[in-house]
Design a protein. Structure first.
Length: 531
């Protein structure tokens, strides 16, 4: 027996029984639009049998027809991530205004209890946000806090560059080509990623956090060891031996290192070493020092009539200068740094950096740079590929001096520089991508196939890091080259004297008068220009 008539007029009856809604149509041609106006008064009615409703209205069916269900006053919904719960009040505005708001709160609490929503309920906000026929927030879960990514800090090798002071003096005394470490010294570390803090859903369940991403430490395992701290928050890299910290092909390593506490002399004999050589004093006449890597000679007096100082793959720093007695030869694959050079021969594939003067010296290099305003090139022959920079060239005594710049193709260098930049960006993107893939693996829980995938990823990661380091070093060189004007430049910052022969890219100029202000010669569009 039907016991609740929700609505009745001369056209239709709407009847409720056990949360189901029925209709009885009393007259034909009762329009659906008219019935919709009736439904607007009953927001709790939800039509689920639309075809049955349409048929009953069209055919004036007097029998009871099930058309839908009767919704509760309070309906709840939860966001997909279970971090927000919402309520919807199925009451008209008039009913809402006549209703005691505390009764709504009780209904919401009952509905939450039934739905299992137990966390994040804020009754003050519910009271403030409560509106009829609109969804409003009743509970907010606790967002998980993502973990921090791993942070890697490695031994930094400072760029070797002379410091130019305001008085024009160049400090070549405190350069350091060799970064010596003792056995057990720190060379790097990784702050391990954190797991983050889990959140809590409105159902009270824990919401897992996203752990921070792991990053791979790239280093030479033969010379460096890693150790995880007891609390497993940090991995420290330390040197396995006394040596020199280098980035060998982009990989952090501790290279062979030989320290000569005094002089290279009859006591030591000539030196030929497969690593770095650090001479704390000097090299006596007629002796030689050869090494695969960097050589630094730290004596304040410098070098005299030595035989040869040669770095086959690295750079050379001679703190006290070279007075070569027309015998000394300095050869390096990288750069040379020295206080002065006189009566010697220098051959470098990189840049020659001289503090004060080059006198009667034959130099062949990519660049020859004397940055001090008071620096001088007097006599001898300078043969550079890209540029020569000095405070003065020649002398008041008109000593014959020749400075030659072979020149380079600026357009090709610029294209190469742009390509390097693009390759650096691409390589960095690839490293980031591999980092993300590596972070997926947990090394302690892998099958054989996964271990092989991980090993391949690690190998690719190391190769990319090698490539990145080399590209960055190459970019620094090209920045220096492109600072020159035209396709080759000779820059004089203070004075240029007569009886100096300048040659750039086969354009020859004999200086026949003295210039006492800055002047530059360069080739542009196959024409020698001055500024």
């Amino acid at each position: 027996m039907f016991n609740d008539i929700l609505f009745k007029n001369e056209n239709v009856e709407i009847i409720l029984e056990e949360e189901q809604v029925y209709i009885k149509v009393l007259q034909k041609k009762y329009e659906l639009s008219e019935f919709q106006e009736v439904l607007n008064q009953f927001p709790r009615i939800k039509i689920t049998q639309f075809i049955a409703l349409k048929s009953a209205l069209a055919n004036a069916i007097e029998q009871l027809v099930n058309i839908g269900e009767y919704k509760p006053i309070v309906e709840l919904s939860v966001s997909n991530d279970n971090l927000k719960a919402y309520a919807f009040l199925n009451v008209t505005e008039k009913e809402f205004d006549n209703f005691d708001k505390k009764d709504f709160i009780e209904l919401i609490v009952d509905a939450c209890r039934e739905a299992g929503i137990i966390f994040g309920l804020d009754f003050n906000k519910i009271m403030q946000n409560m509106v009829p026929l609109e969804k409003f927030t009743i509970a907010t879960g606790l967002l998980p806090v993502p973990g921090d990514d791993a942070i890697i800090t490695l031994y930094e090798i400072d760029e070797v560059k002379p410091q130019v002071f305001d008085d024009g003096k160049v400090n070549h005394y405190e350069l350091n080509l060799i970064n010596k470490v003792e056995k057990g010294d720190w060379v790097g570390e990784r702050i391990e990623p954190t797991f983050g803090i889990p959140g809590k859903s409105v159902y009270g369940a824990l919401v897992p956090s996203i752990p921070g991403k792991q990053k791979k430490l790239v280093y030479d395992k033969k010379t460096i060891m890693e150790m995880l701290s007891e609390d497993e928050t940090k991995t420290t890299l330390t040197s396995k031996r006394i040596g020199a910290v280098v980035y060998e092909n982009g990989i952090l390593s501790v290279c062979n290192y030989l320290e000569i506490d005094g002089k290279v002399s009859f006591e030591t004999g000539n030196i030929d070493f497969d690593g770095h050589v650090d001479v704390k004093n000097s090299v006596e006449d007629n002796f030689s020092v050869r090494a695969d890597q960097n050589i630094q000679i730290m004596g304040k007096i410098g070098l005299g009539g030595i035989d040869t100082i040669e770095s086959r793959e690295g750079s050379i720093y001679i703190r006290g200068g070279i007075a070569g007695k027309n015998k000394a030869k300095i050869i390096c694959d990288g750069d040379l740094y020295t206080k002065f050079a006189a009566d010697c021969t220098i051959e470098c594939n990189g840049s020659v950096n001289i503090g004060y003067y080059a006198m009667n010296t034959n130099i062949k290099a990519k660049e020859v740079i004397l940055e001090s305003m008071n620096s001088k090139i007097i006599g001898g022959t300078i043969d550079a590929t890209v540029r020569v920079v000095a405070g003065e060239i020649g002398s008041k005594a008109e000593v014959h001096t020749k400075v030659k710049v072979r020149g380079f193709n600026r357009l090709e260098y610029k294209e190469e520089y742009d390509n390097i930049n693009q390759m650096i960006d691409t390589t960095r993107d690839q490293i980031t991508y591999l980092n993300q893939k590596l972070a997926i693996f947990s090394p302690n829980d892998l099958d054989a196939k996964q271990k092989q995938i991980l090993a391949d990823l690690e190998s690719a990661y190391e190769a990319l890091n090698k490539q990145l380091k080399m590209l960055i070093e190459k970019k620094k060189k090209y920045i220096s080259y492109l600072h020159s004007k035209g396709d080759g430049e000779i820059q004089v910052n203070k004075a240029l004297y007569s009886n100096v022969i300048l040659e750039i890219n086969n354009h020859r100029h004999i200086v026949d008068k003295t210039y006492t202000s800055p002047i530059s010669y360069y080739v542009l569009n196959d024409e020698l220009k001055t500024t």
